[in-house]
Design a protein. Structure first.
Length: 294
């Protein structure tokens, strides 16, 4: 498709998601709009879309939320305030019963697409979001997560011009009002066996849509770990940048369901590397002892 400069225009220069829009629908392997019998909205429903260019890749940021009214608005602001101007923003809500939808509708004109319907859990919602995305790279910044600074996507976009299929950086973890810099480790099978998802924060990863695997929904909490292994199975090139990408607060569902998290971690390890599961045992035992002694 030959896209002319005149086909792309600014709807509102104030936001990262409204500086480069077009009335030309993208051609991509996915779903543009969901059936009309669900609650949905955003720029797409008004015939406005995003397109990628070789020198300016389209970055899709996804927020998955359920009853997250207390945290969602700050997440949205961290996305739409980015200096980079080719950003697609998708929100998938699991049928919230609090004020979440009021907040989403407040930002209807700067969100590319949002949908609200009941689903079977966070990883079902994330798989749905991937099918709805049309960007070159995807990143998940869920309710309560923040992009570290307004220049993060600008910096990452420059690295997206390389052949790397996976880009990742550091994270800032908030725990009991203390900010801790979490430096990402090398993205490798060995490190995943030793450190599980502590290798890199999921919110600090950008993955090409063309190689994006589905999350295995048999896991309620650790499908993310299984997804990491899937990425490595295809021998995709991963590039690290030593700058923080996200601000992430502890105290989520995996912290509250510690036993299930540990059980699923071992289940993922055993299924993929049965005889090597013992490598992860010291870390597993350390976490249990630390939790008991708290």
């Amino acid at each position: 498709m030959q896209i002319k400069l005149a086909d792309i225009f600014s709807l509102n220069d104030a936001y990262s998601t409204t500086r480069r829009v077009t009335k030309i629908a993208p051609e991509f392997d996915g779903v543009l709009l969901c059936p009309e019998n669900v609650q949905q909205g955003g720029l797409r429903t008004n015939g406005l879309f995003k397109l990628s260019k070789k020198e300016k890749p389209l970055i899709t940021i996804v927020t998955v939320v359920y009853n997250g009214a207390d945290f969602l608005e700050e997440t949205i602001k961290s996305v739409i305030s980015q200096s980079y101007d080719n950003v697609e923003y998708i929100i998938v809500d699991g049928g919230s019963t609090d004020e979440t939808l009021d907040i989403i509708r407040k930002y209807n004109d700067v969100i590319d697409y949002w949908i609200s319907e009941k689903d079977a859990g966070v990883y079902y919602a994330m798989n749905k979001a991937e099918r709805l995305s049309s960007g070159d790279f995807l990143n998940f910044m869920n309710a309560g997560d923040l992009i570290f600074s307004d220049n993060v996507l600008e910096e990452m976009s420059e690295k997206m011009l390389s052949s790397s299929a996976i880009l990742y950086g550091d994270s800032v973890i908030i725990n009991d009002d203390k900010k801790l810099w979490m430096k990402a480790k090398a993205f490798s099978r060995l490190n995943l066996l030793l450190w599980s998802t502590r290798v890199v924060c999921h919110q600090s990863m950008f993955v090409r849509k063309s190689i994006f695997p589905e999350y295995d929904t048999r896991y309620a909490l650790k499908a993310e770990l299984d997804w990491y292994f899937q990425l490595l199975e295809e021998k995709n090139v991963a590039s690290y940048t030593n700058t923080p990408v996200c601000i992430y607060s502890l105290g989520g569902i995996s912290d509250r369901l510690f036993k299930l998290e540990m059980t699923e971690t071992i289940a993922v390890m055993f299924r993929r590397f049965s005889f090597l599961t013992v490598v992860h045992a010291p870390v597993f035992l350390y976490k249990i002892v630390r939790r008991v002694l708290k």
